[in-house]
Design a protein around this ligand. Structure first.
Ligand code: F6P
Length: 344
């Protein structure tokens, strides 16, 4: 038995913890070597193999952010056109099962490969926490901690200058990071992609704060948030990138321009961007990533594939890999309404 492994898509704190756990478990429980492929799917297409050993260096990966295997995206058409090369690489190295660690796009590609005879076990990752069928993905807790810390810090500077502060966090289709960091750090308003916003309603919340004697306001905005139709505001279009992902034009900056005019107040925007994906994972993410790695290794080494590991309650279970791309996990309206009861 030989296991192959790659990380694909955007990086995420905890990827290295999965890599470490897969290698250690494969070695300790099955005496199986693990071969890594660098730079995502490209590593298979262009045969960028690297041996991973259960040594001191690997053991230190637990705390390290990013991915030592490197990562990247590959357009779905390129992947499909490269099936022959992918099969050849796996055969050349005698790989029996591939462990693919990635988000919805990676798991969709993994499902397609599995359908086409390449045995794959998936491990879900994304700071956005929008992969269906798992309670949570590693990376999310770290991103929320980073965003909450940043919002905490903005309170004092916003108050000192009597400003409205808009904080843009990641979250293309799902507002999990915005919701959790906003709640944790006591934001006065939270705007998420699932609930199109009315700029007048945002202004009203901020205006009321000033009327009530407060002298600042903080609104957390997910990058994928959109104005409600007919609400008097629209966003520019940035088109899509080569992978079909929408290029955002800066929703928080656009909102700031509107709020400045409507409230005649000093408004500032902070875009947290990739800081949310950088650095060491939180303890919670290290534990989840490690448990995912142990279970993925056990499945792959026992010849089970076509599944990905998912957290359900306290348990890690295998779920059919096609389930990962069936739907995105978005914030339910009831949960947003809990947060909304604290706005203002
Ligand atoms: O991993 C998901 C994500 O962090 C999104 O929230 C964000 O829009 C995107 O990745 C950014 O990706 P890139 O690294 O390509 O800029």
């Amino acid at each position: 038995m030989r296991i192959g492994m790659l990380t694909a898509g955007g990086d995420c704190p905890g990827l290295n913890a999965v890599i470490r756990a897969v290698v250690r478990t494969s070695r300790a429980e099955f005496d199986t070597p693990v071969l890594g492929f660098q730079d995502g799917w490209a590593g298979l297409v262009y045969d960028r193999a690297v041996a991973l050993y259960d040594d001191e260096q690997l053991d230190r990966l637990l705390r390290r952010g990013g991915t030592v295997l490197g990562t990247g995206r590959l357009a779905p058409e390129t992947l499909r056109e490269s099936l022959t090369e992918i099969r050849a690489t796996l055969a050349r190295h005698g790989i029996d099962v591939l462990i693919a660690i990635g988000g919805e796009g990676t798991l969709t590609a993994a499902a397609w490969l599995q359908e086409n005879g390449v045995p794959v076990v998936g491990v879900p990752k994304t700071i956005d926490n929008d992969v269906a069928a798992t309670d949570v993905t590693f990376g999310f807790d770290t991103a929320v901690a980073i965003a909450a810390d940043a919002i905490d810090r903005l309170h004092t500077t916003a108050e000192s200058h009597e400003r409205v502060m808009l904080v843009e966090v990641m979250g293309r289709h799902a507002g999990w990071i915005a919701l959790h960091s906003g709640l944790a750090a006591g934001a006065h308003m939270i705007v998420i992609p699932e609930v199109p916003f009315d700029i007048d309603a945002v202004c009203k919340v901020m205006k009321r704060r000033f009327q009530m004697g407060e002298n600042y306001g903080i609104c957390v905005v997910a990058e994928g948030a959109v104005p409600a139709e007919g609400s008097g505001m629209s966003l520019g279009s940035g088109g899509v990138d080569e992978f079909g992902h929408e290029r955002f034009t800066g929703v928080a900056a656009a909102m700031a321009a509107e709020i400045t005019v409507r409230l005649d107040r000093d408004v500032r925007t902070t875009v947290l961007g990739h800081t949310q994906r950088g650095g060491t994972p939180t303890a919670r993410d290290r534990v989840l990533a490690t448990r995912f790695g142990v279970h993925a290794a056990r499945l792959a080494n026992s010849g089970t594939h076509g599944v990905f590991v998912a957290l359900r309650g306290e348990e890690i279970i295998p779920v059919a890999i096609a389930e990962a791309s069936r739907e995105l996990k978005t914030v339910p309206p009831e949960m947003y309404s809990e947060a909304a009861s604290l706005f203002g």
